[in-house]
Design a protein around this ligand. Structure first.
Ligand code: NAP
Ligand code: 8YV
Length: 317
């Protein structure tokens, strides 16, 4: 297969690069001094693309330059970075990395919730700054007695819900389709879910269908004791509305792993004490990133070896 050209626009973990180097002709676009000139010279030979959720859009404009492209293997379960409809129209298969990161992201969501509600980063700063020697750290809000609403009870959302059962809190959910395999109360709109709970965890896909699903109205419904945790995509939350809600105490606090324009985080959020901010860490352990990388490699090997992809997204299955 070494005669098959694979394009990697942005770096992936070293083992992925090594595995692809061993089996294909791998082109590292980020190392090219002139990416445009490289695509003009070599684009027609590229048959596979190893894409990265965080490395910019993949759509018709790029597909036009890669006429022999057969597969886009995405390093991430979310693929809002890829125009899967445009890929399907050209007969290009798109794969993602479902399953292998569910537990890691669910763990992170629980950690972020606890950090936000018990103010753990603020308490850490308090000790480091020597302020404990002057006075005890102020008492925090609590998870006790709360109802947690999960916006998107998919693969990761269900793992979050299972973990929450161990914390003895009530769980409810919203998504477009009511599930018949869970007993959690279903709410048919995001506002109805927010009214019924005082913690909202967003874990839906990004993209046009979920853009600003959490808006000013949802935040108002969550209420002054409410906590938002976003581990989905920045686009799912109306970020200016969230900043206003945190500033005006329309809600109590937020724990954010994702933002509207990563890696840029607005100064207003960075200045607030009632937020916990993570740099998109959901799947970011060595263990899980290795499993995701292996699935990228396995999808490419399977496609070019047997003509089938292991985990195609529904639009191109
Ligand atoms: P999944 O299994 O496909 O679940 C997504 C859920 O969202 C589904 O149950 C779906 O139910 C619901 N949903 C989709 N569109 C919706 C809409 N318009 N309104 C309300 N609910 C909607 O996906 P997953 O594997 O759990 O991953 C979910 C997302 O998490 C990813 O796409 C990615 O954006 C994000 N993620 C973030 C990180 C991170 O590092 N922070 C890591 C991994 C994943 P219905 O179709 O019935 O609506
Ligand atoms: C990663 C993610 O941060 O899988 C996703 O959808 O957002 C995360 O796992 C990302 O894919 C790394 O590029």
């Amino acid at each position: 297969m070494t005669d098959i050209s694979i394009l990697m626009p942005a770096p992936m973990p070293e083992p992925v690069i090594a595995a692809l180097d061993a089996r294909f002709t791998l082109h590292r676009l980020w190392e090219q001094p002139d990416a445009d000139a490289f695509l003009a010279a070599h684009g027609t030979a590229i048959r596979g693309l190893a894409a990265n959720t965080l490395a910019g859009p993949v759509g018709a404009a790029l597909f036009d330059r890669l006429p022999a492209l057969e597969i886009v293997a995405n390093f991430g379960v979310g693929y809002d970075n890829i125009d899967a409809g445009a890929a399907a129209a050209r007969g290009i298969v798109v794969t993602n990395t479902p399953g292998v990161l569910d537990a890691e992201v669910a763990d992170l969501a629980i950690g972020l919730l606890l950090a936000t509600i018990r103010r753990l980063p603020q308490a850490d700063r308090y000790v480091r700054d020597g302020r404990w020697e002057d006075a005890p750290f102020p008492l925090s809000p609590t998870l006790r007695g709360r109802t947690v609403g999960i916006l998107g009870l998919g693969a990761i959302g269900q793992q979050i819900a299972r973990r929450l059962e161990g914390f003895d809190v009530a769980v409810a959910y919203h998504q477009r389709t009511r599930r018949d395999d869970v007993a959690y109360p279903y709410h048919d709109t995001p506002v109805a879910l927010a009214q019924a709970c005082d913690v909202l965890i967003a874990i839906v896909p990004g993209g046009a269908a979920t853009r600003h699903l959490v808006d000013a109205e949802v935040l108002a419904a969550l209420g002054p004791d409410g906590i938002l945790v976003n581990v989905a995509r920045g686009s799912v939350v109306d970020q200016p509305a969230l900043i206003a809600a945190l500033r005006d105490r329309t809600i109590l606090a937020a724990g954010l792993d994702v933002y509207a324009d990563e890696p840029h985080v607005p100064p207003e959020l960075r200045a607030m004490e009632n937020v916990v901010l993570l740099p998109h860490l959901g799947s970011a352990s060595e263990h899980t990133r290795a499993a995701m990388g292996q699935l990228v490699v396995d999808n490419l090997l399977s496609w070019f070896g047997r003509g089938t992809a292991l985990t195609p997204v529904p639009e191109t299955a």
